[in-house]
Design a protein around this ligand. Structure first.
Ligand SMILES: [Ca+2]
Ligand SMILES: [Ca+2]
Length: 448
């Protein structure tokens, strides 16, 4: 079996080869996108049901995940909510089994649905409704990193922003393929589908707070290449695909809504006319083309402090055992979150803007502040391992490149007047401002 070759959070800009050939005849994109509402739902059900030629067993799921949920083309498993690599996991019904007419057969063992998760996180998530808590509520943590927020009183769990779209697409798959009606509205027992033979409970409660939330998560967390590759591998195993990964725009049509014109989709068909124009347009579109963001391009690892310079754009990478992570603009309890990054031949290509930092020179030579345009703020760097970071609108702290003790490794050393030199290091999976033997230094990759 092949391993997942996609990359988490790398936006899918095309359909895979397998996806392109899956949609034919009355299931071609033009046929599907001409439908809406219940006729679309019924067509998609027939497609995903009739092509599902095999069901794996609940027990065997764990033998597939090290391939389907692998990281960077290598064996291993990405934990669903934690978005971290681990060899230790249990089985998570993303659609809670107490709110579905399944247990461990049919929809309860479908590879498109079931995901490996950390046991403690899985247990904390429980069967709570998914929804927005605006990153408030009780933080749910895994290995020191916040991986979700919980409000038990409100029966609400909010996953990480980059997991929200994955959740929404799984929910839509369950809604259509397994005909679970209680998606965003509670459904009376009498209207629920019959339970599977191994199942004993379905309380019919909604699994996400609203349709608006579902669609906004589809839009804000677009399909990445990892999800696309996972869809291919799952098709290899059980025959069918999750159509909402290939054509997320169909979610809007399913509920009779207008597809947002700026929606990011793998096929770029979103918002497009469903009929082919008979003539070429006579004039160019008046709208300006979207320019490539300045952050995109090839970043190369620098080999000396003299290459740092001012105004350049950088990705700050820490390598710690299994983890190769870039510092992102996500701040959790005074630490900067690490985001998985792929490096090949000492370069990083087209990184997400959330991990791109601009260096701004301070008054003294060799001293720079770090500015993140995605956050729109400068990074405050106090020398404290657990509360070292914050954001500010004016540069107040800096690191001292010229006086770095370990120039060969490009470690970024801080120089604050109060505490002397420290460095920014990766520890486990996040970034901290402290110097310690078991903290790994950073490497700088500069946009070339
Ligand atoms: Ca159930
Ligand atoms: Ca995602």
């Amino acid at each position: 079996m092949a391993y997942n070759t996609g990359i988490r959070d790398q936006i899918a800009t095309s359909l895979s080869t397998a996806a392109s050939s899956y949609y034919t005849g009355s299931y071609s994109y033009s046929s599907l996108s001409a439908l809406s509402g219940s006729s679309l739902k019924s067509r998609l059900y027939t497609l995903m049901n009739s092509t599902m030629t095999k069901s794996v067993t609940y027990k065997s799921l764990t033998t597939y995940w090290p391939y389907t949920d692998a990281e960077k083309g290598k064996s291993g498993t990405v934990l669903f909510y934690s978005d971290e690599y681990s060899t230790s996991f249990n089985r998570e019904h993303v659609w809670p089994k107490s709110r579905g007419s399944f247990y461990q057969i049919k929809g309860g063992c479908d590879l498109h649905h079931l995901r490996p998760a950390n046991a403690a996180v899985n247990s904390t998530r429980g069967n709570h409704t998914m929804g927005n808590l605006n990153h408030k509520g009780t933080a749910v943590t895994y290995s020191g990193k916040t991986v979700g927020w919980l409000d038990t009183g409100a029966d609400m769990f909010e996953p990480l922003d980059n997991v929200k779209g994955d959740v929404a697409r799984i929910y839509l798959y369950m809604y259509v393929r397994w005909q679970q009606p209680n998606l965003y509205q509670d459904v009376a027992k009498s209207e629920l589908p019959a339970m599977d033979s191994d199942d004993s409970a379905n309380d019919g409660q909604a699994v996400i707070e609203s349709l608006d939330t579902l669609l906004s998560w589809m839009a804000s967390d677009p399909v990445d290449t990892w999800e696309m590759s996972r869809n291919d591998l799952t098709q290899d195993i059980q025959g069918n695909r999750n159509v909402f990964i290939d054509y997320p725009e169909l979610a809007w049509k399913l509920f009779g809504k207008t597809v947002p014109s700026n929606l990011t989709t793998p096929s770029k068909n979103s918002g497009a006319s469903t009929t082919v124009p008979s003539t070429k347009p006579s004039v160019r579109p008046s709208a300006a083309p979207t320019t490539t963001p300045a952050e995109k391009g090839v970043y190369k690892r620098i080999s000396s402090v003299s290459e740092i310079g001012t105004g350049g754009q950088f990705v700050l990478v820490g390598v710690n055992g299994n983890y190769t992570r870039a510092m992102s603009n996500t701040l959790n309890s005074g630490r900067m979150a690490g985001k998985a990054v792929t490096i090949s031949n000492n370069t990083i290509s087209n990184p997400d803007s959330s991990i791109v930092w601009t260096l701004k020179q301070q008054s003294a030579a060799g001293r720079y502040s770090l500015y993140n345009s995605a956050a729109g703020k400068y990074l405050v760097i106090n020398a404290n391992s657990t509360t070292g970071f914050a954001f500010t609108s004016t540069p107040a702290y800096y690191f001292d490149a010229a006086n770095a003790a370990d120039k060969a490794s490009n470690a970024i050393y801080l120089s604050t007047t109060a505490t002397g030199k420290r460095n920014i290091s990766i520890y486990q999976t996040d970034f901290r401002a402290y110097a310690k033997a078991n903290y790994y230094p950073l490497y700088l990759y500069k946009l070339s």
